[in-house]
Design a protein around this ligand. Structure first.
Ligand SMILES: Cc1cc2nc3c(=O)[nH]c(=O)nc-3n(C[C@H](O)[C@H](O)[C@H](O)COP(=O)(O)OP(=O)(O)OC[C@H]3O[C@@H](n4cnc5c(N)ncnc54)[C@H](O)[C@@H]3O)c2cc1C
Length: 472
């Protein structure tokens, strides 16, 4: 059998069911298709792939090619629409089967259908892969899974799950005849028209793309530094690399398997004991599966303004406040600091994401989907289910009735950045403001603000009054 392994969001060799399925092939061609549509501006004025994730993707592809070469294979990266590139390769090289991971988002599913339609009888075998829990391990059919997280978790935890991910193979089948001549260099960021991102020393995500970097971080977080043992206390942090696992960018493009993470977490617990923090990391990964379940079930509805609650109306406005939010110039320092960190590095903390999303929706009353699309372009860990799922819930158009949706942003600033170190890092213009005023520069005179070149926040919500500095 001569097979093609079409890699998409599964850029690893470890715990890879489609790769395992291809090992028995006589010849195997690993392919990644770089679709230029990813760089085109869409309905929300943003493009699906921004510079930070593109850099991370190229690093991941380079690492994958290196790992394949060590095992007697190569990665073929070709530009174009997959529905043209994959069938063309199949015909050109006389391949008999295409293996790939299943998709859960509607656009990607539609693409699989288009590829299959063009394959003229050659089978497109879709293998489940990026979930933590596979369908057969769930206590009920996917479509009956609860849509409230606490109920979902209780149901999942009725069973004891054992994760035994398959390690990366030592060798891969050779490439089909004629494939070697098609190999080409990876495109550069500038060739993709994206320019080079600046390297930002203060980034909370100072890591590279690719499976070796993902495995190194997993080892470090669970075994060397054992930061996982304090996760419950640190996970609301915003500064530095250690407040949370930082697994998400590798999980999102599949350089890391969620099942490998939990298998290692269980091994860690067996050796050092389970604590609230190790349990908390398990719950975080369950949230990921929960939103994947929601996307599977509701598909395109999740991307509509009313999302899963057609009767509830989230704000629909879109004006200069949205622009100011994107540029990190709203006049609310905690929001601005997070938005500038996002633009500069492609990563912000979970706390930061909740704060800026809530501020856009509840304080600025802007249409939530534009915020979600801005995240899609800028986050290196962008994932359709987690991004649109979290946004929909914060916009009050998800299904979970108990989800805390409105954040008092000044209170959040006092609680999670009490000495204003975070806002001082990302808003250099506020560094000379007395520390007790750095979260409330709107209390300075107009002249002072003008000198600082920091925007004035015009309306101070009454709910913030208890959190203003006492002397004000
Ligand atoms: C508005 C908004 C948008 C978001 N967009 C994304 C996105 O595009 N991609 C993404 O991976 N996460 C997204 N998240 C979820 C969460 O913020 C990130 O997964 C997390 O901050 C990544 O950092 P970490 O890997 O250090 O997480 P940790 O806190 O160490 O958690 C470990 C893993 O658990 C999963 N996880 C944790 N929290 C969540 C959550 N709330 N929802 C889903 N999975 C979770 C992630 O896979 C994460 O890597 C979003 C959250 C919000 C509020």
């Amino acid at each position: 059998m001569r097979a093609l392994l079409w890699l998409k969001q599964d850029l690893r060799l470890d715990d890879h069911p489609a790769l395992q399925a291809g090992l028995s092939a006589e010849r195997l061609l690993p392919v990644f298709v770089f679709d230029p549509a990813q760089l085109q501006t869409g309905a929300f004025g943003t493009r699906p792939l921004g510079v930070h994730r593109a850099r991370f993707l190229l690093e991941s592809l380079m690492a994958l090619d290196g790992a394949l070469r060590q095992r007697g294979s190569h990665l073929l990266v070709l530009p174009g629409a997959p529905e043209q590139v994959i069938p063309r390769l199949v015909v050109q090289l006389g391949l008999q089967q295409v293996l790939t991971l299943e998709e859960i988002a509607p656009d990607e599913r539609a693409q699989l259908v288009r590829v299959q339609d063009q394959l003229a009888g050659v089978a497109l075998q879709q293998v489940p892969g990026n979930d933590l829990l596979h369908a057969e391990e769930l206590p009920c059919p996917l479509e009956q899974l609860p849509q409230v997280f606490s109920q979902f978790k209780n149901l999942v935890e009725q069973r004891l799950h054992v994760f035994q991910p398959r390690p990366a193979p030592q060798r891969l089948p050779p490439l089909p005849d004629g494939a070697q001549a098609l190999l080409q260099a990876l495109p550069s960021l500038s060739r993709l028209g994206l320019g080079e991102p600046l390297s930002v020393p203060a980034s909370a995500f100072p890591f590279s793309g690719g499976e070796p970097a993902a495995q190194a971080r997993l080892r470090d977080y669970l075994w060397n530094s054992q930061s996982v043992r304090h996760y419950q206390d640190t996970r609301n942090g915003m500064l530095g690399s250690e407040y949370s696992s930082k697994f998400s960018p590798w999980l999102a493009n599949g350089s890391l398997s969620a099942r490998r993470v939990v298998a290692e977490l269980r091994r860690h617990e067996a050796q050092y004991g389970r604590n609230d923090s190790t349990y908390c990391l398990w719950l975080a990964l369950l949230w990921r599966d929960f939103f994947r379940g929601i996307l599977r079930r509701h598909a395109g509805a999740l991307f509509q303004a009313g999302a899963l609650k057609a009767t509830e109306h989230a704000p629909q406005r879109l004006d200069q406040d949205f622009e100011r939010w994107c540029q990190g110039r709203t006049g609310m320092p905690l929001v601005d600091a997070n938005m500038r960190e996002l633009a500069d590095t492609g990563f912000i903390s979970n706390r930061g994401r909740q704060v800026v999303a809530s501020y856009l929706i509840n304080d600025l009353q802007q249409a939530w989907r534009y915020g979600a699309a801005w995240f899609e372009e800028h986050l290196i860990d962008y994932d359709p289910a987690s991004n649109w799922g979290n946004w929909a819930y914060l916009a009050g158009v998800g299904r979970d009735p108990r989800y805390q949706r409105t954040f008092n942003v000044l209170r959040q600033a006092r609680e999670y950045d009490p000495d204003a170190r975070y806002v001082s890092l990302w808003l250099p213009e506020l560094r000379h403001v007395p520390p007790h005023l750095r979260h409330t520069p709107f209390l300075l005179s107009s002249l002072q603000l003008e000198t600082l070149d920091y925007p004035r926040l015009e309306r101070i919500p009454a709910t913030w009054w208890p959190y203003l500095p006492r002397a004000a």
